[in-house]
Ligand binder design. Structure first.
Ligand code: GLU
Length: 546
């Protein structure tokens, strides 16, 4: 059969460049020895999973830790899954979490275009080359024919797929092919596999270690009937021409690895290294243990969740690093102030089986990170979050910068011996300090109404905003003594039944009345931030509400 003629008949495009031109246009990268070229290749579905960030961070650390390159390729060949604005979602969420690409979609670079839709000609040129080499052929099978083959295979418990005797179009004669073409039958282009499933070999996966791979024998589709490549083919062509050295991708692709190995070989390309990454899991008692973090069931599976809640990007990054590399935590404990970039990330230390996601642990890290910010940094962080995600009334609260800085200084314990760790996220922080902006509602006192009235009446009568901390506390103690509470803790502990309670119970009543919360930073300072007038108004409102 004249394969050149066949290639022209199947892929008649006149504007295709010879593949040598592409090899020249995208030459080997000039990088130092050991530099890795990694990539993120998401499909623009509009949904960014925590797992996407997890892989992105690994890729980023590996590329930049080795003096290499990280690029972003948008895998938009499946128009059914494509969502308007999805690329913005990908780029903005990764940028927010600190993943910097060196080249890629919307950034540009010498190895683009980085949208697969814009690379159609390139795939067609390489598919044509495979036809010329006798390693690809047209397949005219209809959906019904393929379904019948599948059914037969299932019935006989045979390996499913298009291979060997089931690959009907593999051995079509020249006449049959041209006859089908003349009849206008739609066709796909399939790869002609030369593999044998009885051949197995050991493969080194950069994450999973030594694994056994079975040779591919499937004549997979490389170009669909609309001329658009399948993932298999686009992956091989792109990662070759973009000179990727390490492909990190989800372990769901492990089953297709034999196809990719054979395709790389058939095209004469050098195989990149692969690392198949495990999924992020969570404990679900109701479902009896570990399961995959699910887009459908778990709000925390989506990156949007972390932005809406206002998790600090560094907290999420730090937490993911603890999941990514088992020795990261130890390093961080040793060097709490060093930037994450100084940690020596190792792909070999990534988990071989599922990484377990734990929101409590993320929250602990978040508390630590937020407590290390200055009041100004916390203010900026709150404002940035509020611009995108806070309800209107919270946003207006943030307008008075000077006032908010006083509030934050107090609530974060800045300047005191020990920093407070009350804040977890921007949303929770804004809600925690909301009492500085509006009087608390629905007060809930542990004491009875009469006691509340007595305490507020007496304490507020003695309250003087010019008092210092010691004088303020002295008045609190005097209120306690006057009303039968113990002002002295020792005395109280010796005979608790002799008192109505102690001075902290008295302070709690004032605290709840003024802030709505039973636990707050130093109440005396809170009162001075709120101002005398506001304190008296709130105390009166609390009494009136009883
Ligand atoms: N578009 C593929 C996915 O989203 C990319 C897999 C890969 O990284 O090669 O699963």
């Amino acid at each position: 059969m004249d394969l050149n003629k066949l290639a022209d008949a199947l892929i008649p495009d006149e504007d295709l460049e010879p593949i040598e031109a592409y090899e020249e246009k995208y030459p080997a990268r000039d990088l130092p020895k050991g530099a890795e070229v990694t990539r993120l290749a998401p499909s623009p579905t509009g949904f960014m999973h925590l797992g996407n960030l997890y892989v992105a961070l690994a890729n980023e650390r590996i590329a930049h830790g080795s003096g290499g390159v990280l690029f972003l390729r948008i895998e938009d060949t499946d128009s059914k899954r494509k969502v308007e604005g999805a690329v913005d979602v990908i780029r903005s969420s990764l940028r927010y979490f600190g993943v910097q690409f060196d080249e890629g979609a919307d950034i540009g670079g010498a190895y683009g275009p980085y949208y697969q839709q814009q690379r159609a000609k390139i795939y067609r040129a390489y598919a044509k080359e495979l036809i010329r080499r006798g390693r690809a052929y047209p397949c005219f099978c209809t959906e019904e024919e393929l379904a019948a083959v599948r059914e037969k295979q299932t019935e006989n418990k045979l390996l499913p797929g298009y291979y060997g005797e089931f690959a009907k179009c593999r051995n079509l004669t020249e006449e049959e092919i041209y006859c089908n073409l003349a009849a206008g039958k739609p066709y796909v282009i399939r790869f002609r596999s030369e593999g044998d499933v009885n051949q197995k070999s050991v493969f080194h996966d950069a994450i999973k270690g030594e694994i056994t791979v079975t040779e591919n024998n499937q004549d997979v589709v490389i170009l669909k009937s609309d001329g658009i490549p399948t993932y298999h083919f686009a992956h091989v062509v792109d990662d070759h021409l973009m000179r990727t050295t390490l492909v990190i991708r989800g372990e769901e692709w492990l089953a297709s690895l034999p196809i990719h190995i054979e395709l790389f070989g058939a095209l004469g390309f050098r195989l990149p290294r692969y690392g198949h990454n495990c999924s992020i899991q969570k404990i679900d008692e109701a479902e009896g243990g570990r399961r995959k973090l699910s887009k459908r069931k778990d709000p925390e599976a989506s990156l949007v969740f972390y932005r809406e809640e206002g998790y600090h990007p560094l907290a999420v990054r730090t937490y993911l690093m603890t999941l990514l590399n088992s020795n990261f935590e130890e390093w961080r404990m040793k060097y709490p102030d060093k930037p994450l970039e100084e940690f020596k990330f190792s792909i070999g230390k990534m988990g071989k089986s599922g990484a377990l996601f734990d929101l409590d642990k993320l929250n602990d890290i978040s508390k630590e990170i937020l407590s290390s910010l200055s009041a100004e940094e916390m203010y900026d962080f709150l404002c940035e979050w509020a611009r995108g995600y806070a309800p209107e009334e919270l946003r207006t609260c943030l307008a008075d910068r000077a006032y908010l800085l006083r509030v934050l200084t107090l609530c974060m314990g800045i300047g005191s011996k020990k920093r407070r760790k009350d804040f977890i996220t921007a949303r929770q922080a804004a809600e925690t300090i909301a009492y500085f902006f509006r009087a608390p509602q629905n007060l809930s006192f542990r004491a009875d109404g009469e006691t509340v009235k007595e305490v507020l009446g007496r304490f507020m009568a003695s309250y003087d905003p010019t008092d210092d901390n010691a004088a303020w506390f002295d008045k609190m103690k005097k209120t306690a003594d006057a009303l039968g509470f113990a002002s002295d803790m020792k005395a109280y502990k010796a005979a608790p039944d002799a008192y109505r309670g102690n001075v902290s119970d008295v302070a709690e009543i004032v605290r709840v009345a003024l802030t709505g919360q039973a636990n707050t930073p130093d109440l005396c300072t809170i009162m001075s931030v709120l101002g005398e007038e506001e304190c008296r108004r709130r105390a009166a409102a609390a009494v009136a509400s009883l």
